[in-house]
Design a binder for this molecule. Structure first.
Ligand code: HEC
Length: 198
């Protein structure tokens, strides 16, 4: 595989938000500065990380990356709160973190922060849900890329989306109202047939 050196910049100093690549000395070809990933390199990595492992031949089990996906099912006829207990942080890690980062601050010039995002803090979660289900391109003029329809592509169930939404609403200093499963399910059906978020 050839080196894609044009996807990286060399700077004397890194600026806040720069992603520094630690290249071992034997591959630096005499470069002495900091090697910084370009926006294109970061977007490419995020895109590659969004691919899912396909089924392996010969009945081999699919290896589990990061966290296995596990849905707790309720016995019918009960109204237990099991479903709201799915681990929002783990689901966020698998589905969102490669772009928006663990600290919710995104990556400058590529992925917007969810920390302090008006969409996430909005009392009404409809736009937040629509973005997860249908993707988003409303902020292209600010230099952000296109967000794919992560929820639909990853086949996320309402219970999983609820856990992610409430994780976003209550993390990194965000302190917005939590959404109930009943409320989310109602919106989920509206959003499925409605337009993408503007
Ligand atoms: C492949 C990268 C990628 C992944 C994965 C991703 N997003 Fe995004 N997200 C983006 C980009 C890019 C934007 C900005 C799109 C635009 O408007 O141009 C965005 C925008 C958003 C916004 C709007 C923020 C604002 O203030 O405008 C929210 C909310 C959001 N994403 C939530 C999520 C959640 C929740 C997940 C996981 C279920 C997720 N995203 C997964 C790339 C991603």
């Amino acid at each position: 595989m050839p080196a894609y050196s044009w996807l990286f910049e060399v700077k004397e100093y890194a600026y806040p938000g720069d992603v520094i690549i630690n290249v071992p000395d034997q591959y630096r070809q005499g470069i002495t500065g900091k090697i910084i990933a370009s926006k294109e390199a970061l977007e490419l990595v995020a895109y590659l990380k969004s691919f899912k492992q396909i089924k392996l031949p010969d009945g081999k089990p699919t290896p589990i990356f990061l966290y296995g996906k596990e849905i707790k099912t309720e016995p019918t006829g009960t109204t237990s709160k099991l479903n709201t207990e799915l681990d929002g942080a783990a689901l966020y890690a698998v589905n969102c973190q490669s772009c928006h980062q663990e600290n919710g601050e995104g990556l400058k010039g590529a992925f917007p922060p969810l920390k302090g995002s008006p969409v996430v803090l909005d009392k009404n979660p409809k736009v937040q849900l629509t973005i997860i289900m249908k993707g988003y391109n409303g902020r292209a003029s600010e230099g952000y890329g296109i967000m794919p329809a992560v929820g639909t592509n990853n086949n996320l169930k309402p219970e999983e989306i609820l856990a992610i939404i409430n994780h976003e609403r209550s993390s990194w200093g965000n302190n917005s109202r939590k959404i109930t499963l009943l409320e989310l399910k109602e919106l989920y059906n509206q959003v499925k047939t409605g337009p993408i978020a503007k």
